[in-house]
Design a protein around this ligand. Structure first.
Ligand code: PLP
Length: 452
């Protein structure tokens, strides 16, 4: 297993930057995800910083002009400009890569950038892709509005579509399928195997946004997904400190077997003297192209300082995620037991529409996010939220602190009730992101806001 192979090629120069050889990674050894959370990515040797250093440098020094030229040609290993690669970012990407069981990974400035790059890396004007209709609103807008302006078309499909319905959505120019392992805020659990089978029947990869489940609860590659993305802004950072994203490639999709569909990977890249990514980088082809070409040209790099903070968050992910799930299950059960609550969605709750799928794909737990509606509807939602004392009203989910949002009044404010229904957002929907405080305190906060 390795991270971004573009950077992998740069490892020996990282040796120069860091003052030692870095070939001796422990990445190839199998170890538990808990250990990877703590120890993955940064492997200091004798006399080096124990904690991942922040390489707060835009650039890296070389002795000769010739050497620098070879770096630009991807002919020699070495860091040269942080927009393309930075040792702090690489170490964090390597950790997430190992957690997901991938072959190569890269960080991006945000989850939006990760999702955009993941599709744009293999789709150009005139191409088409398929996406589960329940994905996060920001992703859906990116795909249906912004990418449409670039000439890339998307078909949104019901995640509960049958095989036949999925097959019908494919076209000769379809290049990938996209879905979220747990949809935000619909909390729909994706049938990853069904979507992977459909994608592979048509010779294209499945991309799964694994933000809500995290690799602690779900590893989409084990179910046939080919590429995983993350908004690391959420549980991975975990403390609402830094916006970020990540793309991980399993290395399993055979681009060469579908050569004509993916010319960007399988034919010479004129901007790198005719390099053919699949030939030169093997399992690292997809991430190397996304780095050397898409990141080079669009520049949505994660700041090394943010990568450092993300790494601190990752070190406790395996402790925080189970606690989020435990607290959310208790809160969901409490909400379900109340007369004034009309409905509760939580895939970890027995009887939930997606409970069975959640048991299959994420038996250890789902996520900390619950959505529910009060019998008093939209108006009651506002009153309830204003009375909360511990849970804060914020535009965020998935951090250590319990927080709440009313999509119809906030993220989807511009929509009429009819448009809300189309987007699958009930006007009464309250999205509660359950934190890792004491569960009794969270439930007491909900109780007092409903009763007092
Ligand atoms: N994917 C999912 C599932 C999300 O919930 C979000 C944001 O809420 C994003 C992607 C976008 O991530 P970011 O806000 O880091 O750009």
């Amino acid at each position: 297993m390795s991270r971004n192979l573009f950077c992998d090629r740069l490892r020996s120069k990282r040796a120069c930057v860091a003052g030692r050889t870095r070939r001796k990674d422990s990445m190839s050894k199998k170890r538990s995800i808990e250990t990877t959370c703590i120890q993955g990515g940064w492997h200091p040797e004798n006399g080096e910083a124990r904690v991942l250093p922040i390489y707060q440098s835009t650039t890296f020094k070389y002795s000769t002009s010739e050497q620098m030229g070879r770096l630009f040609d991807l002919e020699e290993n070495g860091y040269f400009y942080t927009r393309l690669a930075n040792p702090t970012n690489d170490a964090v990407a390597e950790k997430i890569c190992e957690m997901e069981g991938g072959a190569a990974a890269m960080l991006t400035s945000s989850g939006q950038a990760a999702n955009f790059y993941s599709v744009f890396n293999i789709c150009s004007a005139g191409d088409h892709f398929i996406c589960a209709a329940t994905v996060y609103g920001g992703t859906s807008n990116l795909f249906t509005v912004t990418m449409k302006k670039m000439g890339i078309e998307v078909t949104l499909v019901d995640p509960e579509s049958t095989d036949e319905e999925l097959d019908a959505a494919f076209r000769p120019n379809t290049k990938c399928v996209f879905g979220e392992s747990i949809a935000n805020p619909a909390l729909v659990v994706l049938d990853i195997e069904k979507f992977a089978r459909a994608a592979h029947r048509h010779g294209v990869p499945l991309i799964v946004d694994n933000t809500f489940a995290t690799p602690i609860n779900c590893r989409p590659f084990e179910w046939g997904a080919d590429i995983v993305t993350h908004s690391t802004t959420k549980y991975m950072d975990g403390h609402a400190m830094s916006v970020g994203g990540c793309i991980v490639d399993s290395g399993n999709f055979d681009w060469e077997a579908h050569k004509d569909k993916f010319p960007g990977l399988t034919q010479p890249d004129a901007s790198y003297h005719g390099v053919v990514y699949t030939e030169k980088f093997g399992k690292g082809a997809y991430i190397t192209k996304a780095t050397a070409q898409v990141m080079r040209d669009l520049g949505s790099i994660q700041a090394p300082m943010n990568a450092f903070l993300l790494n601190v968050g990752l070190e406790t992910l395996h402790l925080r995620v189970p606690r989020h799930c435990e607290n959310a299950l208790k809160a969901a059960k409490y909400l379900k037991s109340r007369e004034d609550v009309a409905w509760v969605n939580y895939p970890g709750l027995e009887g939930d529409r997606y409970y069975e799928l959640a048991q299959k794909y994420m038996p250890k737990g789902t996520c900390g996010v619950i959505s529910f509606g009060l019998k008093g509807g939209r108006e009651a939602a506002g009153v309830f939220m204003d009375k909360l004392k511990l849970a804060a009203i914020v535009t965020h989910v998935a951090d250590a602190r319990t927080c709440v949002l009313h999509p119809a009044s906030h993220t989807h404010r511009q929509l009429t009730d009819e448009q809300l229904a189309e987007a699958g957002v009930d006007p009464s929907m309250i999205r509660l992101s359950v934190g890792i405080e004491n569960a009794d305190d969270i439930i007491e906060d909900i109780r007092q806001a409903l009763e007092d």
